[in-house]
Design a protein around this ligand. Structure first.
Ligand code: URA
Length: 245
């Protein structure tokens, strides 16, 4: 289905509040400033002690994919159909990190193929992006948590080396964390999303931006406008990073 930009924005529930300007920035309805605030690097906190460490620092994609496929570092391996590594361009500008595979992703072996994925695709399209084209999509944990529950801290800690290795291989220009689990996994921060939005964090020198998970947006439609604001903020961070600022 080919949607016009107007239709895509409408699909996201963000017209007529948000419109792309020629400069690429949007006019915030509440008069928020365009300039990104300074980079923040949150202090690391201790991770769960039950983590089974996986050593993947030196692995290239084929070995990394094989290790993820056969991983037994936590109990999530017991009920998965398959591990879901991630999908997309391995030379990306954008990396989106979600929580973990759901039932459809567990079957398909690809992140965000269900309803939340449809919304994510619409969000990408509204930015003139598409999965696989300078965009990579991954998750905090690679195996489906039973009943689609939130992954536990120990599970995210066990899976974190894979995410870290993916980021080291991908070297995206911006990372967008979708929801609290992704924030916990990468930034070790458990504060509310509302308090983390609109701030530019850094992971290994890469700007990191936080926004709501698409599944949350499906249940809380008015928050879509905020997610759109976050994506525009992420794009500004990306452009600044690309310009070496
Ligand atoms: N939700 C996620 O966080 N990731 C997926 O891959 C699918 C749904």
């Amino acid at each position: 289905m080919n949607l016009s930009r107007e239709q895509m924005l409408a699909e996201m529930g963000i017209t007529p509040i948000w419109r792309l300007r020629e400069s690429g920035a949007a006019a915030p309805a509440d008069g928020a400033v365009d300039t990104p605030p300074p980079v923040e690097t949150p202090a690391p906190v201790a991770v769960a002690s039950e983590t089974v460490p996986v050593a993947v620092d030196a692995l290239e994609w084929p070995e990394l994919a094989a290790r993820v496929a056969s991983c037994k570092a936590c109990g999530l391996c017991e009920q998965r159909k398959q591990a879901v590594l991630g999908v997309g361009d391995r030379d990306p500008n954008w990396l989106f990190v979600g929580e973990g595979p759901g039932s459809e992703e567990d079957v398909a072996g690809e992140p965000f193929v269900g309803q939340a994925g449809q919304l994510l695709d619409n969000m990408l399209a509204a930015l003139d992006l598409a999965r696989g084209d300078k965009v990579y999509i991954g998750n905090a944990v690679k195996c489906r948590p039973p009943g689609n529950r939130t992954p536990e801290a120990a599970e995210m800690a066990a899976c974190r080396p894979y995410l870290e290795r993916q980021i080291a291989l991908l070297r995206p220009k911006v990372i967008v964390l979708l929801g609290k689990a992704a924030v916990h996994a990468l930034l070790h921060d458990d504060k509310s999303l509302a308090s983390l939005r609109g701030r530019r964090f850094a992971y290994q020198g890469i700007p990191v931006v936080v926004t709501y998970h698409p599944a949350y947006l499906l249940r809380n439609l008015p928050e879509k406008a905020k997610a759109w604001e976050d994506l525009l903020f992420a794009r500004r961070c990306l452009r600044e990073a690309a310009a070496g600022k």
